[in-house]
Design a protein around this ligand. Structure first.
Ligand SMILES: Nc1nc2c(ncn2[C@@H]2O[C@H](COP(=O)(O)OP(=O)(O)OP(=O)(O)O)[C@@H](O)[C@H]2O)c(=O)[nH]1
Ligand SMILES: [Mg+2]
Length: 365
């Protein structure tokens, strides 16, 4: 991206008591920042349901236009997912590019994917999203002028018409299948040690934990989706006992389905895990919502039957945390609880090996 884009945040709060809007707004603004934008203002409208034509009420659109002018915004980022019709109507009246949550997440991914597989996965997700939301041919994209929502490994290739997007998707699928076959072969060769995988909400400290456990130096950053390319390290557990520990992309509430689709191969590898370490950020007031979102995604991916150990991280940053029997309490920063974590992993793996199908009734989660 060239100059930092000034983003005006727009959201509809439907007042669902199960889903307070504040944590979602904070998370959304962190995504906008990770996409390289500066959030200049917020407009939140409280209404029972979104407007089918313009998302926010028609009168509110004028307020948004005024706020955008007053703050010199050059992009509108919308928390709620937009239907193609809502997007078109808003763009007509606001004459600014409109980026919704899915586009923002895809954009953060596009900015940070490094490996060839990650790049292919991101481009595939972007194209599928553009295709299903009727974005993609010429006008919208050139109006975005290379800012958020347009960036990607395939940026120039995105400027093709819809018919060619279909062709490009087929090419990407084949390329990804080749990369995945190569990876599967490599994985087979390193089998032996049990396979343990870190899963959890984005930014909870999964990579930091991998680093303390494996004494490695995977990328750690205080922003969503720092890790996009899967990493595996050999980790010492106890005398003569090692595990292969995998770090992977973090989850987020309503992970866009096009992303899940594109990252399916990476996520499906989790099925081979003997044990999942579900890392939770105990220092975040938002941890119960994050934890529930992860549980839902694990379920959707068909991973709920894999043995799971909950690991509350960042315990250095709280006076009193959640208390859950069977869970581990650690700090990747101070090393507190790490020795116990290794011991718990050994114990859980022993149960998995002994029982084959030890169920939750026997094991405290
Ligand atoms: N206070 C505290 N901060 C931590 C701890 N572990 C990680 N962090 C911080 O949390 C932020 C995220 O850490 P990462 O390890 O990158 O988190 P992640 O889960 O891998 O994040 P993604 O890959 O982006 O999903 C960084 O700023 C870390 O320094 C901890 O035990 N205590
Ligand atoms: Mg990470």
């Amino acid at each position: 991206m060239t100059a930092t884009q000034r983003a005006l945040v727009v959201a509809v709060d439907t007042g669902d008591p199960q889903r307070p809007i504040e944590p979602e707004l904070l998370e959304f603004e962190a995504l906008a920042t990770a996409a390289g934008a500066a959030v200049v203002a917020r407009v939140v409208q409280r209404r029972d349901r979104v407007d089918p034509a313009t998302l926010i009420g028609s009168g509110k659109v004028d307020d948004v236009a005024a706020a955008a002018r007053a703050h010199g915004a050059d992009v509108i980022v919308v928390l709620n997912d937009l239907r193609p019709r809502q997007r078109r109507n808003l763009e007509k009246r606001l004459t600014l590019p409109i980026v919704d949550r899915t586009m923002l997440i895809l954009d953060v991914f596009a900015r940070h994917a490094r490996g060839s597989e990650g790049k292919l996965q991101v481009e595939l997700a972007q194209l599928r999203f553009r295709q299903s939301n009727l974005i993609g041919a010429g006008s919208d994209l050139s109006r975005l002028g290379g800012g958020i929502g347009t960036r990607g490994p395939g940026e120039t290739k995105l400027e093709v018409d819809r018919r060619r997007i279909g062709v490009r998707i087929a090419v990407l699928r084949r390329a990804l299948a080749r990369v995945e076959r190569r990876r599967a072969t490599r994985r087979g060769a390193s089998a032996g040690d049990p396979f343990v995988a870190l899963v959890g909400y984005t930014n909870v400290g999964k990579s930091s934990l991998l680093n303390v456990l494996a004494r490695s130096d995977a990328l750690v950053a205080d922003r969503p989706f720092a890790t996009l390319d899967p990493t595996i390290r050999r980790v010492y557990l106890a005398d003569g006992a090692y595990a292969r520990l995998a770090d992977t992309v973090g989850f987020i509430t309503e992970l866009p389905k096009d992303l899940i689709e594109a990252f399916r191969a990476t996520l499906e590898e989790l099925r081979d895990a003997d044990l999942l370490l579900h890392v939770v950020d105990a220092s975040s007031a938002d941890w119960p919502r994050q934890r529930a979102a992860v549980e839902r995604i694990l379920h959707d991916l068909g991973l709920e039957s894999i043995e799971r150990l909950t690991v509350y991280n960042k315990c250095d940053a709280i006076a009193e945390g959640p208390a859950e029997s069977g869970a581990a309490y650690v700090s990747a920063r101070t090393g507190q609880g790490i020795a116990e974590l290794r011991a718990r992993i050994v114990a859980r793996l022993a149960l998995v090996r002994a029982g084959g199908d030890v169920d939750g009734a026997l094991v405290d989660r």
